[in-house]
Write a protein that binds this ligand. Structure first.
Ligand code: FUL
Ligand code: CA
Length: 563
C-alpha cells in the first residue's frame, strides 16, 4: 500500500513538472562563480604607494634609494577605515609599481621595505594592509607590476622567474586575494641594475601569460585576474572613470593580453562575445595615481565622484577608485572628507526603495507558476527573477506604487547566470492620465542606474525595447537622491551640440535660445540640441514643483567655422 501511495505521489510530481516552466536557456557566455562574487563587490579602492610618494613622480625610475621610503605616521588601520567610510568594499595595493620597490620584504630582492628606514627595515606594508582589510571586513587584492625598472634582468628570461617567484610570495602569504591586477604599461627605459638603458620586450610573448596566470589559479582559485584582456576582468579602456553608455560584460577574449587590446572596444565590450569579461573602471580621486601635495586642491568633487559612480557601477562595471596615501602614510583629510560625503549621498539615495511593496504586472510571464513572476523584481533578492516565454523579447512591466512618489533614480539588474540578454529598454511614468517616457538606455548587466530629473507619479512602466533572448530581470528599484539645487552649466561640444547640466542630477532645467528669461513654461532640457550656427542660450534649474529656482545662466556661442 505504502508503495502505491509513493508511486502515485511521484507520478503526480512528474505530471506537475510538465506544467512548471523550466528556466530560460542561458544566452551567450555566462559568468564564472568567481566573477559572480566579484560583481557583488561593485566598488573598492586602489592604493598607489611607493618611492614615488617621496619623489613626487608618477613613474619611478628604478634607481631610487630605499632610504627615501619613510612614511612617518603610516597606519594601515586608519587608511582602511577611511576607505571603508567611503563605502569601498575592498583594497588593491600596488605591492610593486614600475619602479620595482617592494612594499613587502621579498626574499628575492634587496630593493624593498627591508632596506628602508620605515620601521627600521622590519616592516611589511602588504601584511599590515591585508590584516587591516581582514579586521574591517574588506577584501584584499594585489598589484604586481610586470614592468620593473629596477631589476637587472628585466627583458631577459631570468626576470620571468623572478616575477613568478614574487607572485607566489604574494599569493601565498597575504591571501585570500580577491583580485590580481596585471598592469599593461611597459615603457622601455629604466635603471635595470645600473645599466640605464632602453629595453624592449614583446608584450605578447615575453611574460608567457598563460603560464603566469596558472600560478594565480593554483594559489588563489577565487581571485579574479584583471588586465587589458582579463582573463576574468577587463580594463575599461580609459582612466577617467566611465564605462561605455553601452557596456557589454562580454568580449571576444582570445588574443587579448596585458598591454594588448583596443581601448575603444574595451569600453563597450562585444556582443555576444566568446567570454564573460566584465569591465573594471580604474580612476584616481586625484589627477595622479600617487600622492602629490600640489594636487590637494584638485581632489575630485563629490558631484564628480557621483558621476563616476553612476557611469561605472551604474553601467554594470565595477569601480576601483584610487586613493593614494600621503607622505605621512595616511589618507589625506581632503580625500577622506570627499569619500565620506560621497558615501553619505549614495546611502541616502538608496536607503528607501520606492518600488518596494509596489504591485508589479507584466505583459507576459514565463509559465503559470510563481517561479518567474514579476513579484521577483521587488523582493530584494538577486537570485529570483522575472522571465518571459522564450519568444517574448519586448515585454512591458508596470509598477503600481499605490500612491504618488517623487523619484529620480531607476535601478534595473539582470539575472547574470543566464547571460546578458537585454539590448535596450525605456522607462515611462504615468502623468496626466497618459504614459510619458522619461528615461531609456541600452545594456543592463549586473546593475543599470539611470539618473533623471525628479518626477512625481504613482505608476512606472518599464518597456524592454530589444533583447537577444527573453529577458531575465532580477531586480527593479526606484529611488530619490537628496535634492540639491545648483546653477546649470551650459556647454557646446566640437560638433556644435549644446548640453545643459546641474552638478547634481534631478532639478528640471528649462532654457531659451531667443534671449528671453527662462520660466517654468520654457522648453525643458531633455537631450543635447545642435547650435552650430551660434546664438544665446539661457538656462535655469527648478527644484521640486518649481518652488525653488536657480539663477539664470547665459552662454553666447559664435557661429562655428565651416558650419
Ligand atoms: C597604469 C600605470 O602606468 C599607472 O602608473 C597606474 O598604475 C595605472 C593604474 O595603470 O598602466
Ligand atoms: Ca529578485
Amino acid at each position: 500500500m505504502k508503495r502505491i501511495i509513493l508511486s502515485l505521489f511521484v507520478s503526480m510530481l512528474t505530471a506537475f513538472s510538465v506544467f512548471a516552466a523550466s528556466p530560460p536557456e542561458p544566452y551567450g557566455p555566462v559568468p564564472s562563480d568567481r566573477q559572480l562574487k566579484w560583481h557583488e563587490l561593485e566598488m573598492y579602492a586602489f592604493i598607489h604607494f611607493t618611492v614615488n610618494t617621496f619623489t613626487d613622480r608618477e613613474w619611478g625610475l628604478g634607481s631610487e634609494s630605499e632610504n627615501i621610503f619613510n612614511p612617518t605616521e603610516f597606519n594601515a588601520d586608519k587608511i582602511v577605515s577611511a576607505l571603508k567610510d567611503g563605502g569601498l568594499r575592498g583594497v588593491v595595493l600596488t605591492c610593486k609599481h614600475h619602479d620595482g620597490f617592494c612594499l613587502w620584504p621579498s626574499q628575492y630582492t634587496e630593493h624593498s621595505v627591508k632596506n628602508s628606514p620605515w620601521k627600521n627595515g622590519k616592516g611589511d606594508m602588504v601584511k599590515e594592509i591585508s590584516d587591516a582589510c581582514k579586521k574591517h571586513g574588506l577584501k584584499f587584492g594585489t598589484y604586481l607590476s610586470p614592468w620593473d625598472r629596477n631589476h637587472k634582468d628585466y627583458a631577459r628570461p631570468e626576470y620571468i622567474t623572478y616575477y613568478r617567484n614574487q607572485l607566489r610570495e604574494l599569493l601565498t602569504n597575504y591571501g585570500p586575494i580577491f583580485e590580481m591586477w596585471f598592469d599593461g604599461a611597459n615603457g622601455g627605459d629604466g635603471y635595470y641594475g645600473g645599466a640605464n638603458e632602453k629595453r624592449k620586450i614583446d608584450n605578447r610573448t615575453y611574460y608567457d601569460w598563460d603560464n603566469t596566470w596558472k600560478i594565480v589559479r593554483e594559489l588563489q582559485p577565487d581571485a579574479c585576474m584583471f588586465s587589458d584582456g582579463g582573463p576574468d576582468v577587463r580594463w575599461v579602456g580609459n582612466e577617467s572613470g566611465f564605462a561605455g553608455e553601452t557596456c557589454w560584460a562580454t568580449m571576444n577574449r582570445d588574443g587579448l593580453l596585458p598591454g594588448h587590446a583596443d581601448p575603444k572596444l574595451l569600453n563597450i565590450g562585444e556582443r555576444p562575445g566568446t567570454h564573460w569579461l566584465p569591465a573594471e573602471v580604474d580612476v584616481s580621486i586625484r589627477p595622479g595615481w600617487f600622492y602629490h601635495a600640489n594636487q590637494d586642491e584638485k581632489v575630485k568633487s563629490v558631484a564628480h565622484l557621483l558621476k563616476i559612480y553612476y557611469e561605472s557601477v551604474g553601467r554594470g562595471a565595477n569601480l576601483i577608485l584610487n586613493v593614494p596615501p600621503d607622505r605621512r602614510g595616511l589618507v589625506h583629510e581632503i580625500d577622506a572628507k570627499a569619500l565620506r560625503e560621497w558615501k553619505r549621498i549614495i546611502d541616502a539615495t538608496f536607503a528607501i526603495d520606492l518600488a518596494k511593496g509596489a504591485i508589479a504586472t507584466a505583459s507576459n510571464t514565463r509559465g503559470k507558476d510563481k517561479q518567474f513572476s514579476p513579484g521577483n523584481l521587488t523582493d530584494n533578492r538577486k537570485d529570483t527573477y522575472w522571465a518571459t516565454d522564450d519568444n517574448i523579447t519586448t515585454p512591458e512591466l508596470i509598477l503600481d506604487l499605490g500612491k504618488k512618489v517623487t523619484l529620480n533614480v531607476i535601478q534595473i539588474r539582470e539575472y547574470l547566470p543566464l547571460g546578458q540578454r537585454v539590448d535596450s529598454f525605456a522607462v515611462d511614468y504615468w502623468n496626466n492620465d497618459k504614459w510619458e517616457e522619461f528615461a531609456s538606455a541600452t545594456s543592463i548587466g549586473n546593475k543599470r542606474l539611470l539618473r533623471t530629473r525628479y518626477i512625481t507619479t504613482s505608476k512606472v512602466r518599464v518597456r524592454i525595447t530589444k533583447a537577444a533572448a527573453c529577458p531575465a530581470i532580477s531586480e527593479i528599484g526606484l529611488f530619490a537622491s537628496p535634492a540639491q539645487l545648483s546653477n546649470p552649466i551650459i556647454k557646446r561640444d566640437k560638433t556644435g551640440e549644446v548640453t545643459i547640466a546641474c552638478d547634481f542630477v534631478g532639478p528640471w532645467i528649462r532654457y531659451t535660445t531667443d534671449g528671453s528669461e527662462p520660466t517654468e513654461n520654457s522648453q525643458l532640457f531633455e537631450k543635447s540640441f545642435p547650435l552650430p550656427g551660434g546664438g544665446m542660450v539661457k538656462a535655469r534649474a527648478f527644484l521640486l514643483d518649481q518652488k525653488l529656482q536657480s539663477d539664470v545662466m547665459t552662454e553666447t556661442f559664435n557661429k562655428m567655422k565651416g558650419k
